[in-house]
Design a binder for this molecule. Sequence first.
Ligand code: SAM
Length: 208
Amino acid sequence: MSNGAVFSDIAGRYDRLNAVLSLGRDQAWRRTAIDRLPDGRILDLGAGTGAANEVFGDRDVVALDPSSEMLALDDAPHRLVAVGEALPFTDRSFDAVFSAYVFRNLDSVDATLHEIHRVLRPGGMAGVIDLGRPRGSFAASVHRAGTSVVLPLAGMTIGAREEYAYLHRSLDKHPPPEELLASSPLRLVDTWRLGPMGFVWGALLAKA
Ligand SMILES: C[S@@+](CC[C@H](N)C(=O)[O-])C[C@H]1O[C@@H](n2cnc3c(N)ncnc32)[C@H](O)[C@@H]1O
């Protein structure tokens, strides 16, 4: 099953699944990045169902996602079907870019970071939230063992075994954010950890 197919298949159930998996903390985790972004025009990259809209306040939001099924549930006024690796916008056209729970699903983090850099105005900022493994190899092993059992079982109980198995695999896709974002054209301003064992990470990046 491809990344895109996973999200198109679960579009209608996505918000509920996400809330269960994050023990209801997913919106609070998004907020830790959104609160640090400048006002103005913001790109929600991999917007999905538009779960972050209520936190954006009066910012001018453009929602972008490759899954038209997810985007159909998003109530942002401006919506576009596209991928982060090839943003259909002119240079320097956003004050901020936000992306939550998307980076694990990208075909290319590098290409997406270059595109974010291109569409941000000078002084613009990007906030990223995603799931991974806790810091440290022992904690990561314990967490990996846990999710290998818990996630497929949870998935089976609601008839979504493949989606949960995909989630378990995706947690190991990337190195920690400090390493993943080290070669970005954007300056890495800060990273932080959230959630049980710190398996959720946030990052703030700035364009010079
Ligand atoms: C886990 S969902 C997160 C949705 C939303 N950001 C949220 O906070 O609920 C991941 C989203 O990333 C999208 N996605 C997958 N590949 C992408 C890509 N290459 N570029 C942009 N978005 C992508 C999926 O379609 C899906 O809607």
